[in-house]
Design a protein around this ligand. Sequence first.
Ligand SMILES: [Ca+2]
Ligand SMILES: [Ca+2]
Length: 149
Amino acid sequence: MGRLRDSIKFLDSCDFSGDKAIDKQELSRVLREKKCENVDLVVEYIFKLCDKNGDNKLIASEIQKNVSRLKQYTSNEDIAKKCAILLAKADSNGDQKLNEKELEKYLSENGEDFPSLEAFVILDEFDVNKNGFLEMGELRKYVKGKVEQ
Ligand SMILES: [Ca+2]
Ligand SMILES: [Ca+2]
């Protein structure tokens, strides 16, 4: 399965205007069709990560570089969508991982009474490889745990 083929497929599925690029409206439309919540936030986050030249369009090379991420963030799967929303809200430095500070900030913005304690507890439980970050696989487990509560 080639990256190039994947990215052409992804471009085809989003590029409604046929200009061989994906703009924010097109990405929003795709996310809405997938019933994603917080669409605007997720779109901004995806562009922050992927639109390296800042022209508000994702061109072929940008799509190719980020295709696995783009597919994940626009997936039909609920957990993937929830992870995308969580990252869009909490990943302030755009490294697609959450460190303790980012978690703490997110938790306090969401009304958690003891955000720093809670962030510590979450990392202790879900940061399985103990690198100090929740990255995608770990994030999925965290989000999944929350959904099943
Ligand atoms: Ca981060
Ligand atoms: Ca980790």
